[in-house]
Design a binder for this molecule. Structure first.
Ligand SMILES: [Zn+2]
Length: 257
């Protein structure tokens, strides 16, 4: 192998390794990241590490401050999570409707292929599954934004770094499978070019994704809300399926689950 691809492969490996540590909280959210220490641990020179950190900064997983260097991005708190989902719920149902209207059957092949691939992954709640789903979910939503034909909307959504943040919060067995099934239903609506159903199903998916993350975000520093978060967490684990009230009312075709 020549030097250039070798260097590229090394850069990719360093990036993957640091990303996994961040998602895994092996590098604590908010903690300082020392380039020399990391370089020693990974037995690489600081150059591929700097490249990896720049990529992770663009993804919102690390923060660079002048003089202070790199730190792992802090976790979203409950309010950040609410704000993030508010923006997503305002934009993404409309994006899905546009995609349903504009996309031709052959444009949907990639989405279908990805879902077929995810169907083969065993949902065991492991970190490996998490990383694969993180990738799949981000790609799925980005492709729908691309199919909407509105480049600015696509960039706006990408800049939220929603997936990188969400999946650092919480992940357990069953979440990947629920996500995949909701994605399948969105794809079905896109295939049928049913704009209203596509928008409604995207809304339902985001509400449920939000519910799956309830209790995972750091509660706001008040006792009453701490308690509410605990209660919400218990209720969610007790329920085999998302509560009916979380469904978008006009998605009349929605099956539970
Ligand atoms: Zn999704």
């Amino acid at each position: 192998m020549t030097a250039a691809p070798q260097r590229q492969m090394l850069a990719e490996m360093v990036y993957d390794s640091i990303r996994r540590r961040l998602v895994d909280h092996e590098i604590e959210p908010g903690s300082k990241m020392n380039i020399n220490t990391l370089a020693q641990e990974l037995r690489v020179s600081p150059t591929p590490l700097r490249e990896a950190l720049a990529r992770l900064e663009a993804e919102g997983l690390v923060v660079k401050r002048s003089l202070a260097g790199y730190t792992a991005a802090p976790l979203l708190n409950a309010r950040d999570l609410d704000e993030l989902f508010e923006v997503r719920m305002l934009l993404e149902p409309a994006v899905a409707a546009h995609a349903a209207e504009r996309s031709r059957h052959e444009d949907l092949g990639q989405l279908a292929e990805q879902l077929a691939e995810m169907r083969r992954v065993r949902d065991d709640g492991s970190r490996t599954t998490l990383i694969r789903y993180l990738h799949h979910d981000a790609l799925f939503h980005d492709q729908i934004a691309a199919l909407s034909g509105n480049g600015l909307l696509r960039i706006t959504l990408a800049r939220l770094h929603a997936h990188a943040h969400q999946y650092r919060l919480h992940f357990e067995e069953g979440m990947a499978e629920e996500t995949r099934l909701e994605h399948e239903r969105i794809l079905e609506a896109l295939r049928e070019k049913d704009t209203e159903t596509a928008a409604a199903r995207m809304g339902t998916h985001l509400r449920r994704a939000r519910a799956r993350l309830v209790g995972a975000a750091d509660p706001l520093p008040r006792v009453a809300e701490d308690r509410m978060t605990t209660v919400a967490r218990h209720r969610l684990t007790a329920l085999p399926r998302p509560a009916a009230s979380l469904a978008v009312p006009h998605d009349t075709t929605a099956r539970e689950g």
